[in-house]
Design a binder for this molecule. Structure first.
Ligand SMILES: Cc1cc2nc3c(=O)[nH]c(=O)nc-3n(C[C@H](O)[C@H](O)[C@H](O)COP(=O)(O)OP(=O)(O)OC[C@H]3O[C@@H](n4cnc5c(N)ncnc54)[C@H](O)[C@@H]3O)c2cc1C
Length: 448
């Protein structure tokens, strides 16, 4: 058994940033199901939004609300936008190099449903640039211990208070990590879907554990489909994203007659549906994206990794169109949290994609998720510092551990399978309960 002050489950941007915002006199343990770099934060291509100046506030707020079908929590949106400059300052201090012009001023790109250019980027690997710096900073802190290939199987809980977690370590042994506070930063649910841009091991484990312990969830059927991923006939692979900023910079979409059929900068859900309809009408498995309208030097300097991927797949985007298809991409719903990222259970927080603070409403605006993850991870850390953990009198931790049905967890493969079923059933049930034609259509296209 190990004892820590704060257990953080997940080494993506949200988990790392929460850790970095906690004081150095607290012992912090970060665990990751896979290696430390294999998470969606490293995959983010397009960028991260920032409030450029006060003049852009209303427009940025409205774009976020409109993309979210006005189901967003307005206060969460305001917190995110107002905190963006502070977070970006932190990132720059950690060494993150956003694109700048010759005078050293930030360059901003644009993506679908944004009225203005307000997205900071680093080539087409913004997430990697941000998260590798956060990871390096976390590794350098003497109070932070990182364990890779260590999977949270369950939390230790009694009477709606969390006392840490039961984990499977890299050597397959089960171990208890006792913690005053636990933060779930377990990412999205893409691994449950046939086609997804997410890492396959991101299967909503935080949600499964929340379901087991009756922790409040919200909008778990709000799942975003990204309109443009590279079509690969090998359907077992993770879908490679063709960033929305490619369309923001001028790329066009064509049906099989090589004619435009849609305005390319519609919100993601609306555009995905238009593409599916076109594929149905054309009897094809993909539509075409034309990157040639983007000036050559812009294409090569801004999107080198997308070009490289297409070339590896036998396409030269500077000369020909590439095949694209929508795929599951992002999870707007999640573990219900307050503005300080606290769940309905004492001593338990949730941050990043697994949490739902209402920022995204029904559909996320492009490049809001890295920002939302970071803003609300920092707020979780601030709340932990301010309020500490609740430590009720009662059973000793040893007694709680004794009461755990350890036999249930020994067959971890079966536990994982059960968790996947639990989450899929809950998503399906919420979708069925909601009288929402959009959501039903979305699901018809995107199967588990
Ligand atoms: C291809 C792609 C492109 C994207 N582009 C952008 C973009 O341009 N801009 C933007 O804002 N957003 C973008 N996003 C979304 C954004 O990257 C994610 O929403 C964000 O990074 C989520 O961060 P996170 O910390 O919540 O989760 P992640 O970074 O996914 O990390 C999850 C962590 O949880 C760990 N974990 C999961 N289950 C367990 C368990 N049971 N036990 C232990 N550890 C566990 C994983 O190993 C991992 O370390 C993109 C996403 C993808 C997939």
């Amino acid at each position: 058994m190990e004892k820590t002050d704060i257990l953080i489950v997940g080494s993506g941007c949200s988990g790392l940033y929460a850790a970095l915002n906690l004081p150095e006199n607290r012992k912090i343990t970060i665990i990751s199901k896979s290696d430390l770099e294999s998470n969606d934060s490293f995959l983010a291509q397009g960028g991260i939004c920032m409030l450029k100046n006060d003049d852009d506030y209303d427009s940025y707020f409205e774009d976020t609300m409109k993309a979210g079908h006005y189901e967003n929590d307005k206060k969460s949106v305001e917190i995110m936008i107002r905190s963006s400059q502070d977070v970006i300052r932190d990132l720059v201090d950690y060494g993150v190099a956003f694109a700048r012009d010759e005078n050293g001023q930030f360059l901003f790109t644009r993506e679908g449903a944004h009225s203005h250019h307000r997205i900071l980027f680093h080539e087409d690997i913004t997430g990697k640039e941000i998260t590798r710096h956060l990871l390096a900073a976390a590794k350098a802190k003497p109070n932070i211990t990182l364990y890779e290939y260590t999977t949270l199987l369950d939390i230790v809980e009694k009477d709606n208070v969390c006392y840490g977690g039961l984990v499977q370590k890299q050597n397959s042994h089960l171990e208890i990590i006792q913690a005053d506070t636990t933060i779930l930063a377990t990412g999205g649910v893409g691994g449950l879907f046939q086609h997804s841009t997410n890492y396959r091991h991101l299967t909503g484990d935080g949600l499964a554990i929340a379901l087991r312990h009756h922790i409040q969830l919200k909008n778990i059927d709000y799942i975003q489909i990204h309109p443009t991923t590279f079509y690969d006939p090998d359907e077992t692979k993770r879908s490679f994203l063709i960033s929305e900023s490619v369309r923001g910079e001028g790329a066009k979409l064509y049906g099989k007659d090589m004619q435009r059929f849609v305005y390319e900068l519609l919100p993601r859900d609306v555009l995905s549906k238009a593409i599916y309809k076109k594929m149905e009408a054309d009897h094809t498995k993909h539509v075409w994206e034309d990157l040639k309208p983007i000036p050559k030097d812009e294409l090569e300097s801004h999107f080198p990794n997308i070009l490289k991927h297409c070339e590896e797949k036998g396409y030269d985007p500077e000369e020909e169109c590439i095949p694209i298809v929508p795929a599951q991409h992002y999870f707007m719903g999640g573990i219900d949290v307050n503005y300080e990222s606290k769940t309905s259970m004492e001593n338990l927080y949730a941050v990043g994609e697994t949490a739902c603070n209402g920022v995204h409403g029904k559909n996320r605006l492009a490049s809001n998720s890295l920002l939302e993850s970071l803003v609300f991870a920092k707020r979780a850390a601030a709340d932990i510092i301010e309020n500490g953990a609740v430590l009720p009198d009662g059973d000793s931790f040893e007694n709680l551990v004794q009461a755990l049905p350890l036999n249930y967890y020994v067959n971890t493969k079966q536990v994982e399978k059960n968790y996947h079923q639990l989450v899929k059933k809950a998503i399906q049930a919420q979708r069925d309960a909601r009288d929402d034609q959009d959501a039903h259509e979305n699901f018809a296209f995107n199967r588990f």
